[in-house]
Design a binder for this molecule. Sequence first.
Ligand code: NDP
Length: 277
Amino acid sequence: MKTWFITGASRGFGALVVDRALARGDAVVATARSPRAVVDRFGEQPNLLALALDVTDENQVGAAVEAAITRFGRIDVLLNNAGFGLMGAVEEASAAEVEAVYRTNVFGLLNVTRGVLPHMRAARSGRVLNISSIGGYRGAAGFGVYSSTKFAVEGISEALHAELAPLGIHVTVVEPGYFRTDFLDASSLSVSPVIIDDYVATAGRVRSVATGLNHAQPGDPAKLAQVLVDFADAANPPVRLPLGSDTVAAIEAKHLGDAAILAQWRTVSISTDFDGS
Ligand code: NDP
């Protein structure tokens, strides 16, 4: 039996992982801005602790982690899941919109990670699953700022992987493609109200495609949740876990593109070292 600590457990991936972990007999600390949503969905259960946690509030993180340890004695799996998207061309996004999405997707993830890691280090064991995105592997028009938050999650996760592996803690960054949650819905997605006509063929096109894709995405979030719960038991977990055929295609396309850049520009790329080094 494992103890999970999950952020953003009110709906979407977070709630579905709560469901699958409880079904397996694990203990779950399901945190949400509104823990009422967790209780309404799952009822009172001995293995479930629903707690208030807005990941942008570091004080709330401390209280939630202490309550988790008091109730279950340990945290075996941290699922950093809370997050939201920001749609619009990079130039269309205001400073306030950029700051808000970083506050949750990056600084919030760091707040929770700092709160949980002392307990995992003391135990010399644990798993950290950081939810990134297809956009955390390759940037694309219309989601540039959001992608940049997930690129940050990728970099943080790769470094954590290197720092924590010697201490018995495994870190994996999870890269979902488009999955059928509220992610693209007005209830979650932030959309820059500024529209600059020059971007109509790039970010503007993505705005209409994304609206049409809302609740019609190819990825099944229930399958993703089951994969994550099973993955928590995997021996030698990899540093990244792409999920969804769209993510796999995007990664393969990026690899091909980068290989072509290296092939064409290698001479220039390696020409900048000091002579003789
Ligand atoms: P949903 O919109 O369905 O769920 C998002 C969850 O994050 C909600 O529980 C929401 O809580 C919570 N949340 C948002 N901000 C905060 C905050 N400050 N503190 C605590 N909780 C917060 O989307 P998903 O389930 O799809 O999204 C989960 C993660 O997956 C996100 O990190 C997202 O970026 C990522 N992702 C999703 C993809 C998809 O296609 N679905 C693709 C790639 C990545 P509340 O109910 O209070 O709003």
